[in-house]
Design a protein around this ligand. Structure first.
Ligand code: HEM
Ligand SMILES: [Cu+2]
Length: 562
């Protein structure tokens, strides 16, 4: 057994279990809106990010609809700019950067290290309010006329020329940045200060390592983008000479500052999912993670190296060839820790007792999609190929493979994995498994054709392509795929919500997984554990044969599918 919870010496009688858990401990709206419980805050985040995901998704639908015809006659060019900007900005700033750390990280991190809460519970609540304020401002900017500068807000267009709601949207993103910084600080302080007795650094679950590394990026990187966006606002408002050549500024400076944050930020999006995948893969292979230390340290390596590669977004923006070579080399280096993770997950599954429950299907899907996303990143890290591919649909395909294939699949894997813990209810795993397969197929049908489109030369951010009607079949495939994918994202809303009312009770540990979070009740009590946990064993200490039998038995009892 790993990570056992034991009663403190001298306290042999188990204390009576209180009747309330974190969900039933107060039913008023006030008790939710003023809560300092990390688990409730995670639920607030879950509701908010789901809303923005659906909203961002509907804009994606409009993009795909427009591109089914080469003539560009559904949306005006101006409207199209606003639609893809809304899609990108909402998805990146209000979903991808937030979903896994703020929902799953918030919920699980304290439980996994045996803490009662995060280190700063009030700041955690503040973080959700900042996020909500950010989301509201972005929403207002989109509804009241829209923003057309693209999610990267490249200057001087965003700073001098655009007459859309750029400033308001940037204020929103700026405030959202503080929400991210506070989350990062909270994770780092919690991991340093709040671990239960016996929870040494190398007994921490890899999910915790991943969130620790993410916290470092959030804390060090986010201030840079916040200042950058503030500079754009100042330039727009007061005509300060920062980025616009007319005023004496430097437009490329913006790109340096933006990508100095935004490349590391792609790892804010995907490192937490790496953590989820490590947990899910061991739990459903009934095997200790292969190369625990390598996976833990690769998270730190990614956090560090991620700050050194921003120039790979700027190979064609006047940077010198020598600079380009350096950025290209370091980018290739950065692929190494990512690859280590994928190899080690594969080795973990090797000769394991694999159970294809829905979280595992999402995790395996994640590995396939992230692999394609990462490998195509190497095409782009290579200056020669990047000159041909940059600003084409190849880029769009690459970052959707990593951001949707990585972050969204990781989020779904984790949400399904911990749903029984969060709600105390089992969902219909059979439906969920089929849905995971639909998501995987829909995803590939949507984004694979975009690699081909990019290779053929279709530029991104155009609302027509009548000059090249041969792009149309691939665009139609992509739109069909997006429709399938849309269904795959909506169905879980139904079976998860249904489970709240009709689901069987989950029990403490429905998957037979290791880790402290599975040793408390589902849903956990407000204080997380009835006893102070003491950790006496290593993490992921699975005994493959015995555990396999136990797992099957447990699933049989629960009437779920093993
Ligand atoms: C092995 C890992 C990766 C490598 C080698 C890599 C490489 C690259 C390169 C060189 C570019 C610039 C291409 C260009 O603009 O011409 C790029 C773009 C991009 N990548 Fe990656 N990448 C990797 C992983 C990721 C991950 C994990 C994410 C997100 C979770 C990501 C998100 C993006 C985004 C958002 C862009 C384009 C941004 C834009 O122009 O709108 N990449 N990648
Ligand atoms: Cu990058």
């Amino acid at each position: 057994m790993s990570t056992t919870v034991t009663t403190p010496i001298g306290n042999v009688e188990p204390a009576p279990k209180p009747r309330t858990n974190y969900l039933t401990n107060g039913h008023t709206l006030r008790s939710w809106l003023l809560t300092e419980d990390h688990k409730r805050i995670a639920i607030l985040y879950l509701i908010s990010v789901s809303f923005f995901f659906m909203l961002g998704g509907s804009f994606a639908g409009m993009i795909r609809w427009e591109l089914t015809s080469p003539a560009g006659n559904i949306l005006e060019s101006d409207a199209y700019n606003r639609v893809f900007t809304a899609h990108g900005a909402i998805m990146v700033f209000l979903f991808l950067l937030v979903a896994v750390p703020a929902v799953l990280g918030n919920f699980c991190l304290p439980l996994m290290i045996g803490a009662k809460d995060l280190a700063f519970p009030r700041i955690n609540l503040l973080s959700w309010y900042l996020y909500t304020a950010a989301g509201t401002l972005v929403l207002i900017s989109v509804i009241s006329g829209g923003v057309d500068a693209g999610w990267t807000f490249y200057t001087p267009y965003s700073s001098l020329y655009s007459n859309s709601n750029v400033s308001l949207c940037l204020v929103g993103v700026f405030i959202g940045g503080f929400s991210s910084i506070t989350t990062g600080v909270n994770f780092i302080a919690t991991v340093h200060r709040m671990r239960a007795p016996g929870m040494t650094w190398f007994r921490m679950p890899l999910f915790v390592w991943a969130h620790y590394a993410t916290g470092i990026i959030m804390m060090l990187g986010t201030p840079v983008v916040a200042i950058t966006l503030l500079c754009v606002i100042f330039e727009r408002t007061f005509q300060l000479p920062i980025f616009s050549p007319e005023l004496g500024g430097d437009p490329v400076l913006f790109q340096h500052m933006f990508w100095f944050y935004s490349h590391p930020a792609v790892y804010i999006m995907v490192l937490p999912s790496f953590g989820v995948i490590s947990e899910v893969i061991t739990a459903f292979s009934r095997k200790r993670v292969f190369g625990y230390h390598f996976i833990a340290f690769s998270s730190l390596a990614i956090a560090f190296l991620g700050f050194l590669v921003w120039g790979h977004h700027m190979f064609v923006s006047s940077q010198s060839m020598y600079q380009g070579v350096a950025f290209s080399l370091i980018t290739f280096l950065l692929a190494v820790p990512s690859a280590i993770k994928v190899f080690n997950w594969t080795a973990t599954m090797w000769k394991g007792n694999i159970h294809l429950n829905s979280p595992m299907i999402y995790a395996i899907g994640f590995m396939g999609l992230f692999l394609i996303g990462g490998l195509t990143g190497l095409f782009l890290a290579c200056m020669g190929t990047d000159v041909h591919l940059t600003a084409t649909y190849f880029i769009v395909a690459h970052f959707h493979y990593v951001m949707v294939g990585g972050t969204v699949m990781g989020f779904l894997a984790g949400l399904h994995f911990w749903w029984p813990k969060m709600t105390g209810k089992l969902f219909n795993d059979n439906v969920a498994r089929w849905n995971a397969i639909v998501v995987f197929l829909g995803f590939n049908l949507t984004f694979f054709p975009q690699f081909i489109l990019g290779w053929l030369g279709m530029p991104r951010r155009y609302h027509y392509y009548y000059f090249a009607p041969e792009y149309q079949p691939f665009n139609i495939m992509s739109t069909l795929g997006a429709t399938v994918l849309g269904v795959g994202f909506i169905v879980p809303v139904f079976y998860l919500i249904t489970s709240l009312f009709k689901g069987k009770p989950a029990g403490d540990n429905p998957w037979g997984a290791h880790g402290l979070e599975w040793q408390t009740t589902s849903p956990p009590p407000t204080e997380n554990f009835y006893y102070d946990p003491i950790v006496t064993d290593d993490v992921y200490d699975y005994d493959p044969v015995a555990e396999h039998e136990q797992f099957l038995e447990k699933q049989r009892q629960l009437g779920a599918h093993a």
